[in-house]
Design a protein around this ligand. Structure first.
Ligand code: HEC
Length: 243
């Protein structure tokens, strides 16, 4: 290796070493949702949770109900019956009736559209956010990932009530972990599964074409494998005469 390429490689490695802890620090607090975009049943369960618990405040205005039906292999009538509560038609987008100005007055902040939340924040962020609501000393809701969030814990009956346990590091008091002070309708494991479903739905929402793309990808790989095999056999056939 000459001197120049050595120094290039050296600086690349150095850059990696320097930047790694920065990324790691930002991501350290996130729990892994391990979403599987091909798990259609999980997306369906997540969609149901979304329309029941989130759509009253958050829209998903890039998604149409009929697209949802098609992608999830659901009958349109079934979607109308199970997922559409508002007075809307199958071809409409997942919008809300609340006006942003009213929402801001009632809640302190306008609930953002969640169509692209998995892209802006990531599925793991959403998953962790939904796991880390707690009741603070004043009896109000707060969130460990988004401190002083204006969103109430809309799933508290499902999860139960978490309370913070504080610890002091270097003279600074901060939340060490959360404990389940009052159990909810679901066990902690069940609640995590439900939030994984919601995060899976959000991942799908962020890029509906992903399911199709991944399926196409498998066929492309299978084609390439077959093509490689055929090319090899062809090569062997040609070279038999040469030898
Ligand atoms: C009562 C209305 C309401 C409901 C219901 C609700 N939210 Fe929210 N949500 C809010 C408000 C208000 C904010 C803005 C919080 C802030 O910025 O302080 C918010 C913020 C969020 C954010 C953070 C967005 C960001 O990038 O900062 C996410 C993610 C979110 N909500 C997900 C959900 C999910 C998932 C559900 C259903 C389980 C849900 N919300 C139900 C009102 C609501």
């Amino acid at each position: 290796m000459d001197k120049k390429s050595f120094s290039v490689i050296f600086s690349l490695v150095a850059l990696l070493v320097i930047t790694t802890p920065v990324f790691a620090a930002g991501a350290a607090a996130l729990e892994h949702a391990n979403v599987n975009i091909r798990d259609t049943a999980a997306i369906q369960r997540g969609a149901k949770l979304f329309v029941n618990y989130c759509l009253s405040c958050h829209s998903a205005s890039y998604m149409r109900y009929n697209r949802l039906a098609e992608d999830l292999g659901l009958d349109e009538e079934l979607v109308m019956e199970n997922l559409v509560f508002a007075d809307v038609k199958i071809g409409e987008t997942m919008d809300i009736a609340m006006r942003p100005a009213d929402a801001e007055a009632w809640l302190g902040a306008a609930p953002p559209d969640l169509s692209l939340i998995s892209r802006s924040r990531g599925a793991d962020w959403l998953y962790t956010y939904l796991l880390t609501f707690y009741q603070d000393a004043s009896g109000g809701w707060n969130n460990q990932l988004l401190p002083n969030a204006s969103m109430p814990h809309v799933l508290w009956q499902m999860q139960g009530i978490q309370k913070p346990v504080y610890a002091t590091h270097d003279g600074v008091e901060s939340i060490d972990h959360l404990v389940l002070a009052e159990p909810g309708l679901q066990s902690p494991e069940e609640y995590k599964d439900s939030m994984r479903d919601l995060a899976t739905f959000a991942e799908y929402l962020g890029e509906p074409a992903k399911i199709k793309r991944k399926n196409v990808g498998v066929w492309v790989l299978m084609f390439m494998a077959l093509f490689a095999l055929l090319s090899y056999l062809l090569k062997a056939e040609y070279w038999r005469d040469v030898h």
